[in-house]
Design a protein around this ligand. Sequence first.
Ligand SMILES: NC(=O)c1ccc[n+]([C@@H]2O[C@H](COP(=O)([O-])OP(=O)(O)OC[C@H]3O[C@@H](n4cnc5c(N)ncnc54)[C@H](O)[C@@H]3O)[C@@H](O)[C@H]2O)c1
Length: 241
Amino acid sequence: MRLKDKVAVVTGAASGIGRATAVLFAQEGARVLAVDLKPFEIEGVSGIETLDHDVSAPDAPEAVIGGAIKRFGQLDILMNNAGVSLGAPIEEFPDEYWDRTMAVNVTAHFKLAKAAIPHLKKSSAGRIINVASVMAEGTDYGLAAYCAAKAGVAGLTRNLALELGRYGITANYILPGAIQTGMTVNFDDPKIADIWARKSPLKRLGQPIDIARGALFLASDEGGFVTGHGLNLDGGLMLRV
Ligand SMILES: NC(=O)c1ccc[n+]([C@@H]2O[C@H](COP(=O)([O-])OP(=O)(O)OC[C@H]3O[C@@H](n4cnc5c(N)ncnc54)[C@H](O)[C@@H]3O)[C@@H](O)[C@H]2O)c1
């Protein structure tokens, strides 16, 4: 029960990494507001309430952060995880892909974090956990906006850590590697899955629970002296150049 008496918001929680994290946080005693675009349910675990909301909508800070306060009366942990991956070759890259990627993958992180600050200041151990990607540091074909947004998450998080440390709030970001989720449906093709699995020294794809466990460390008392850190959870994917 490492998150007993804590309240967490997890975005992008209908699927993949967000869902696994919402479940793990609740199993560790937190009350969780799980947020995603469309109505969804997470069954079999107590302590989770769901909210369907677009994190990039203008009213998202009020709906999401205000919604958590209305339901639970406090906020201790914000996990900005919702993300999209819209790819195209750079010469044809649609402006709409750029705008949507920035809005969901980095601007929403900023706006929700800003709205959360007054509540995290009241917590005995406020936590911001932003989900970036190994693509914050590397790149791949077609991922101009995704890489720019994820690098932005890293920079934003370092600043949050610097400015909020005086309130006992930590801010860290996670760099997942190749994780089997709704975003990586191409891993359903065994050949593609195998290519990505082989790139990692551990010779397997990551699972959502691998990321959720890292998030739990950052959210819990054990992670209390870690701030401004980018935590690679990639099975060693980024070791080789
Ligand atoms: N899967 C990977 O290999 C991988 C690698 C690195 C980083 N990531 C990051 O991990 C995070 C979670 O992705 P995932 O892999 O679990 O994918 P996923 O598609 O399974 O889950 C992402 C969830 O975010 C939700 N979402 C998207 N836009 C939203 C919005 N505007 N408002 C609210 N919810 C929204 C989706 O509906 C979905 O349920 C993302 O930020 C992604 O960039 C994933």
